[in-house]
Design a protein around this ligand. Structure first.
Ligand code: ZN
Length: 156
C-alpha cells in the first residue's frame, strides 16, 4: 500500500488522502529532518509544493505538486503516481491523526452526533487514538463523484 509524507503546504490534500485510506503523515518537511528520515525508512512518498525541497536530500520518492486547488492536486497525484484508490478503504483512517479507525455500534454514537446524522447515517467509525468520530456522509459522495470524473476506468 502506498503511503505518504505530506508537507504542511498540502494539508487539505493530506486530508483527502486519508479519506481514501492512504497512510498519510503530515509534517513541516523542510524544517524537520527526522520526519524525512523516518519517511524514507517507511518508504513514504513525499508530497510538497516547495520546490526547494526537491534539492534537499530525500532518499525516497518525492513529488512536487504543481496544482493550486485541491481538486487539481488530487487529480495530479493520482495520475502521476498511477494510484488506484480502493473504495473499500475509504474512511478507514482518522482525518485528524491518521490512525486506523474502528467500527462503532450505531447506538453508542447517539449522544455524540446531531439527531439528523444519527438518523441518516449507518456506518460510524471511531478513532482509537484521538476519539474522533467519523461517518462517510457527504465526503464519500464527493469522493466517489470525483473519482468517477477523473478516473472513469477505475472503480465506480
Ligand atoms: Zn484520530
Amino acid at each position: 500500500m502506498t503511503s505518504f509524507l505530506v508537507d504542511y503546504t498540502l494539508g487539505k490534500l493530506a486530508k483527502w488522502l486519508r479519506i481514501m485510506g492512504y497512510d498519510t503523515v503530515l509534517c513541516e518537511c523542510d524544517r524537520n529532518r527526522a520526519f524525512l528520515e523516518e519517511g524514507a525508512r517507511e518508504r513514504r512518498i513525499v508530497l510538497t509544493r516547495k520546490k526547494s525541497l526537491s534539492k534537499r536530500e530525500y532518499r525516497g520518492r518525492l513529488m512536487i505538486v504543481e496544482a493550486d486547488k485541491i481538486e487539481g492536486q488530487l487529480e495530479e497525484v493520482i495520475r502521476r503516481l498511477d494510484l488506484s484508490p480502493d473504495p473499500d478503504l475509504f474512511f478507514t483512517r482518522c482525518l485528524s491523526c491518521n490512525a486506523v479507525l474502528e467500527p462503532v455500534e450505531h447506538s453508542v454514537v447517539e449522544a455524540r452526533v446531531p439527531p439528523y446524522v444519527y438518523n441518516t447515517q449507518r456506518d460510524f467509525s471511531i478513532c482509537p487514538n484521538c476519539g474522533g468520530l467519523f461517518w462517510p456522509g457527504t465526503h464519500k459522495e464527493n469522493m466517489e463523484a470525483f473519482l468517477r470524473k477523473h478516473n472513469p476506468t477505475g472503480p465506480p
